[in-house]
Design a protein around this ligand. Structure first.
Ligand SMILES: Nc1ncnc2c1ncn2[C@@H]1O[C@H](COP(=O)(O)OP(=O)(O)O)[C@@H](O)[C@H]1O
Ligand SMILES: O=C(O)C1=C[C@@H](OP(=O)(O)O)[C@@H](O)[C@H](O)C1
Ligand SMILES: [Mg+2]
Length: 169
């Protein structure tokens, strides 16, 4: 089975995905890292050199490659992945999707305490700009995230909660 974690930057997809994979004895794939390995460059470099539009094409190609590469895996997607092309349909056709629905205030807090440079959409923004960008982006993306098979809501989603919900679906 392929389990896709989706949701905003900072919702904990990478962190929880790694923990969930360990519990299930599945491979763990972070789609951003997988893409970086494929293209031999960091996400920040791809954005800088070729722009977001090209990044979204490479992200789609990475999604297509990952479903061929793995039978059982937890795949933490990048925050924008389900929101471009027909990626959410592609994800739902190939696995179980799970939306980590963390309040935007909590996401802002987490990201402002982290290194913004590794997330090119946030790099160089002030605290206020980060908060308003995240709120606006979530309002545009929610329609895609809400197509997930499973939704988990709260400011502190745990791996236990996630595993419990998956077992009951
Ligand atoms: N459940 C959690 N509770 C508190 N902080 C978290 C949690 N999950 C992730 N974080 C923190 O939030 C930031 C973003 O987490 P990350 O897993 O990289 O999110 P994503 O992959 O969704 O962007 C990191 O600094 C991480 O330590
Ligand atoms: O939300 C987005 O558009 C992005 C989220 C990032 O992944 P995380 O959600 O893991 O931070 C990464 O794919 C890229 O910086 C773009
Ligand atoms: Mg991540």
């Amino acid at each position: 089975m392929l389990i896709f974690l989706i949701g905003m930057m900072g919702s904990g997809k990478t962190t929880l995905g790694r923990q969930l994979a360990e519990r299930l004895g599945y491979a763990f794939v972070d789609l951003d890292e997988y893409l970086e390995k494929r293209v031999g460059r960091s996400i920040a470099e791809v954005f800088e050199q070729e722009g977001q539009e090209r990044f979204r094409e490479l992200e789609r190609e990475a999604l297509e490659a990952v479903v061929l590469d793995y039978d059982d895996a937890v795949i933490s997607t990048g925050g924008g992945a389900p929101c471009f092309f027909d990626n959410i349909d592609f994800i739902n056709r190939h696995g179980v999707s799970c939306f980590l629905d963390v309040p935007v205030e909590e996401i802002s807090r987490r990201l402002l305490a982290s290194n913004l440079q590794v997330r090119p959409l946030l790099a160089g923004k002030s605290e206020e700009e980060v908060s308003s960008f995240l709120a606006k982006t979530l309002s545009l993306r929610k329609q895609f995230y809400e197509q997930a098979n499973i939704q988990l809501k709260g400011p502190a989603i745990s791996v236990e909660q996630l595993q419990h919900l998956l077992n009951n679906n």
